[in-house]
Write a protein that binds this ligand. Structure first.
Ligand code: NCD
Length: 332
């Protein structure tokens, strides 16, 4: 493999996540997973959803297994939902406090992983600020261990992509006729990347990635999507509008990044800008939200918003993924 070619690296990563029988062993990226597998995971996730107020779905499919959460970047929703998903499947869940772990003493990530592996942690859920960490770990663990990417730099966030397409499917059905607008800091957003991977595989009609030019993605990273720098053009007749946070932690030099008022006026998802979308458009946001910057607060709480449903779906999707890698393990 030519390590300089990012597409080859991705192909290799896509192959790494399936076992010889095509079953999901690791979840590193949605890129390269086919439509049938994505659809099966969404269908499984739907099976874990219960009515509001009812008790959450539970099973014992991961009883005896251990899930380790290793979040080397902040997280509320993703970490809490992996924790609950593991417990609701009967697994033991270890939430490693990385701020007090030996990585702070200079231990390498692989040594941390080998330590947990020696304690029979079967599934490691990893969030890290550097590119390539989940795949790197996946190449080094023992054959019975699964690695799930819970957010990799600005590269990918596959379970987020799955929960986003599940939410869209629940409201809009088939993807073919949909206009989907993702608005915000696309360049630094792993959420936008994984949504793009899933939506293009699922056959989305028209995917528009809208941002100021300075926050636009490289075109070769988002084949199948349209890069748009004008909000009115991008949001026109949209069935789905997803707002994204400006990822300041990933932007080294903030020169040229618009100020808050200018940004909200030109790229904010607001009552005004939503007038251009379809009247029945849904509004999404992965959280954490910066109200009044990328989204008008009252819109986030209004009838078109499906933001809390995304959170609910997040637990179901993570149960579906954990159950699936558990079955792959059991079949080995
Ligand atoms: C996102 C993330 O961490 O990538 N949040 C999430 O997982 N729900 C988006 C963000 O941080 O803006």
């Amino acid at each position: 493999m030519n390590a300089a070619d990012p597409n080859e690296i991705l192909d290799d990563e896509a192959a790494l996540q399936l076992d010889a029988n095509g079953n999901l062993r690791h979840l590193l990226t949605l890129k390269g997973l086919d439509k049938a597998l994505l659809t099966d995971i969404l269908d499984d996730a739907e099976g874990y959803l219960t009515a509001p107020g009812a008790l959450p779905a539970r099973s014992q499919s991961l009883a005896g297994r251990t899930v380790g959460n290793l979040f080397f970047e902040p997280s509320t929703r993703t970490r809490a939902s992996f924790d609950l998903a593991g417990k609701r499947l009967g697994a033991d869940v270890l939430n490693l406090d990385v701020n007090t772990s030996s990585r702070k003493k200079g231990e390498s990530i692989l040594d941390t992983i080998y330590t947990l592996q020696a304690m029979h942690v079967d599934v490691m859920v990893v969030r890290d600020a550097s590119d390539g960490v989940p795949a790197y770990i996946a190449r080094h663990v023992q054959p019975h261990v699964s690695i799930l990417n819970a957010g990799e730099s600005d590269v990918s966030h596959p379970t987020q992509g799955l929960l986003d397409v599940l939410t869209i499917r629940q409201h809009k059905g088939a993807f073919e006729d949909l206009n989907i607008a993702i608005v915000g800091d696309i360049r630094h957003s792993r959420v936008a990347m994984s949504a793009t991977h899933a939506l293009t595989t699922l056959g989305v009609g028209d995917l528009r990635l809208i941002s100021p030019p300075i926050l636009a993605p490289d075109a070769d990273k988002v084949p199948g999507a349209r890069i748009v720098d004008n909000l009115a053009e991008g949001i026109a007749n949209a069935d789905v509008v997803m707002a994204l946070r400006i990822q300041r932690e990933r932007i080294g030099n903030l020169d040229g990044i618009p100020g808050i008022d200018e940004y909200f006026a030109n790229y904010g998802v607001s009552h005004d800008s939503m007038k251009l979308a379809r009247p029945d458009a849904i509004i999404m946001h992965p959280g954490p939200m910066n109200r009044g910057i990328e989204i008008e607060g009252s819109l986030a709480d209004g009838p078109q918003s499906v933001i809390t449903q995304q959170v609910t779906n997040g637990v179901a999707v993570r149960m579906a993924v954990l159950d699936r890698v558990g079955k792959t393990m059991a079949a080995r």
